[in-house]
Design a protein around this ligand. Structure first.
Ligand code: C2E
Ligand code: MG
Ligand code: MG
Ligand code: MG
Length: 282
């Protein structure tokens, strides 16, 4: 039981669930109830301009605190939500909440952007743009401050259909970013056909930049290519000063990572935005 060995419920549940299927079924049952039980919430991870050191945006990241199991990471429940279709209502809830929170952040005086991760199932549905537009209308959010994060695997399968979809998305006034860039399809041809604004270099490349010539070479090449294609570049997973300095030297536009801060709940983000001092930081 939960009291044995000082382990928390989540660790015990991991230990006890020998059958992965049973575990998935239990998680699925709980996930169905998570929305109505208000167990989901968003945290916000700042994105900083390497030139001005200003916080120019945040990325919304979903969190699930299950009543008995505790915190369950998105790497576990997002794939499950995708498999079961639960991701669609979940994703709509996330987008609406992020828009509402962006409105209140703007009212507090910080005209920052809001990055939102898009689910591949939601994106592939015919009603995706309509559901997005409904949320934008309902919340009256400033769409030019909204950035959708897509992955290469989401946009590659039906490249022709995708161009059409991305063009329609851009017509809503939003920006488009490729998340985890460099880990998906090796084809680069889509970069010239798709109306993109930003590439987010995957954190696996950033990890090694201060240590391995191979990683820094790849990162330099991505930045140079993005520059030529008029795309902005975000480095994600920046954890230390050395990485930051290297990225600044290579003219990476933005950084994001624990070096700045961990993802924060809204009230802590508002406090950070209030007290942020560009000169004082790094
Ligand atoms: P992602 O969109 O690539 O998000 C980046 C992940 O890296 C986040 O993990 C973030 O907390 C973590 N991270 C950021 N900076 C650092 C750093 O300096 N060091 C380290 N070690 N980690 C860092 P998280 O929140 O666990 O999210 C994991 C993935 O789950 C996300 O990857 C995204 O694909 C998905 N996800 C998270 N929130 C949402 C959401 O609201 N909707 C959808 N559809 N997917 C989401
Ligand atoms: Mg992301
Ligand atoms: Mg990423
Ligand atoms: Mg990632």
């Amino acid at each position: 039981d939960a009291k044995s060995g000082g382990k928390n419920q989540y660790e015990l549940y991991h230990q006890d669930m020998h059958q992965n299927e049973t575990k998935q079924m239990i998680l699925e049952t709980y996930l169905r109830k998570a929305l109505e039980r208000n167990e989901l919430y968003l945290v916000y991870h700042p994105i900083v301009d390497t030139n001005t050191m200003e916080i120019v945006g945040v990325e919304a990241l979903v969190r699930w605190k299950q009543k008995t199991l505790g915190n369950i990471p998105p790497s576990e429940f997002i794939p499950l939500a995708e498999e079961t279709g639960l991701i669609v209502p979940l994703s709509e809830w996330i987008i609406q909440k992020a828009c509402e929170d962006l409105n209140s952040i703007h009212l507090n005086g910080s005209k920052i952007r809001m990055n939102i991760n898009v689910s591949s199932l939601h994106f592939s549905q015919d009603g995706f743009i309509k559901s997005l537009n409904e949320i934008f209308q309902k919340t009256n959010v400033s769409t030019r401050h909204i950035v959708l994060e897509l992955t290469e695997s989401m946009i590659m399968p039906n490249a022709l259909e995708t161009v059409d979809k991305l063009v329609k998305l851009k017509q809503l006034g939003i920006k488009l970013s490729i998340d985890d860039f460099g880990t998906g399809y090796s084809s680069l041809s889509y970069l010239r056909r798709f109306p993109l604004d930003t590439l987010k270099i995957d954190q696996s490349f950033i990890k090694g930049i201060a240590m391995y010539k191979e990683d820094s070479s790849i990162v330099e090449a991505i930045i140079m290519m993005a520059n030529r294609l008029n795309l902005k570049v975000v480095a994600e997973g920046v954890e230390n000063k050395k990485q930051y300095e290297l990225l600044k030297k290579e003219k990476c536009d933005y950084i994001q990572g624990y070096y700045i801060t961990k993802p924060l709940p809204k009230h802590q983000l508002l406090a950070l935005l209030q007290n942020w001092d560009e000169n004082n930081l790094i």
